[in-house]
Design a protein. Structure first.
Length: 243
């Protein structure tokens, strides 16, 4: 599941391209600008962004979809079933639309720029499902081992991989349907810099920090390593048990 962590970050970097659209504005409201970027990127709410930038509805909606495309990019190489890929995309869309953030007041910075503190309450979806997924993955490995010991054929790598991803999807969906839990609010300081040609932009590192704060990854790294290990090494582990 390491792909999840990498692609939330990658999706945040895509937001940086939106800043060039504001270079033609005669007046600049830093708070409205920040709110519009967050809303169009995470909520797929386009009205304010369109008003600020002059973008069409199609262009504005494309931002959210591009972020989802980036999130799903490496899933396209995982040889998952088409149905499971679509299920994950729908799950990520529903999850990201429920992120919680509050835009604070803007403060003047050097060179005509601004700083804004964004209060973020991180979604705990991946943290709260870590233990349950680990348990189910271990149960599946034991189940395969027992079947092979009984003379049944070892599942293929693709079958094992799809089963693991389906299991993780089911665990995540159960938690999502029960209602997302959130962690304590964290303040992220975002810099809005004014460029030499008069445009405003947010540094990519600020976008990345903001994006990472939206969904807690405290246990995700551990879960990613274990899931990949289960995915790649299931046959070796089962063989060792049989010996």
């Amino acid at each position: 599941m390491n792909r999840l962590k990498k692609n939330w970050m990658r999706a945040a970097a895509l937001m940086a391209v939106m800043t060039v659209l504001l270079s033609g504005c005669t007046a600049f409201d830093a708070c409205a600008y920040m709110q519009a970027i967050l809303d169009v990127s995470y909520k797929n709410e386009t009205e304010d962004y369109m008003e600020l930038t002059g973008a069409t509805e199609e262009e504005a909606k494309e931002i959210f979809q591009n972020n989802l495309d980036a999130t799903m990019h490496e899933f396209n190489t995982a040889e998952l079933s088409e149905e499971l890929e679509k299920s994950y995309r729908a799950l990520f869309e529903e999850t990201v639309k429920q992120v919680k953030y509050t835009v604070g007041e803007a403060a003047d910075a050097e060179d005509g720029g601004y700083t804004i503190d964004i209060s973020v309450e991180p979604i705990l979806l991946f943290d709260n499902t870590y233990d349950e997924f680990q348990k189910k993955a271990e149960e599946y490995a034991a189940e395969i081992s027992n079947h092979v010991m009984s003379g049944e054929e070892m599942p293929s790598d693709d079958e094992i991989q799809n089963h693991i991803y389906q299991t993780y999807y089911d665990v995540l969906t159960k938690e999502l349907d029960a209602g997302l839990a959130y962690g304590e609010a964290e303040n992220i300081t975002v810099h809005i810099n004014r460029t030499e040609d008069g445009a405003y932009e947010i540094p990519e590192e600020d976008l990345r920090a903001l994006d990472q704060a939206m969904i807690s990854q405290e246990k995700l790294g551990q879960g990613s390593q274990e899931a990949v290990k289960n995915d790649k090494n299931s046959k070796n582990e089962i063989t060792e048990k049989l010996e």
